[in-house]
Design a protein. Structure first.
Length: 86
């Protein structure tokens, strides 16, 4: 994935800003094995960072929801639906 800072000030980001809700309803954290996005970093205004965020879900199929929530004290978040076909 690629993260772009569209704000006018530097913004922190972390691998652990991401979670995945599985098709069975579990919400899991990413694994550092295989993930290449920084554990903790910052992006200046207009800056971008790219990397992989890996979740271990086994053989589970169906609709998954990728959740990005960078600030635990703010309700703002991004959610993307990803379908893994059987």
């Amino acid at each position: 994935m690629t993260i772009l800072n569209r704000d006018k000030k530097t913004q922190p980001f972390s691998l652990f800003d991401w979670r995945l809700q599985t098709s069975s309803g579990r919400v899991i954290d990413p694994t550092s094995m295989g993930s290449t996005l920084d554990l903790m970093a910052g992006l200046v205004a207009g800056g971008a960072a790219a990397g992989k965020v890996v979740f271990e879900v086994g053989a589970e199929k169906g609709d998954f929801y990728l959740i990005y929530k960078p600030d635990p004290y703010d309700a703002a978040r991004g959610i993307w639906k990803v379908t893994v076909a059987p």
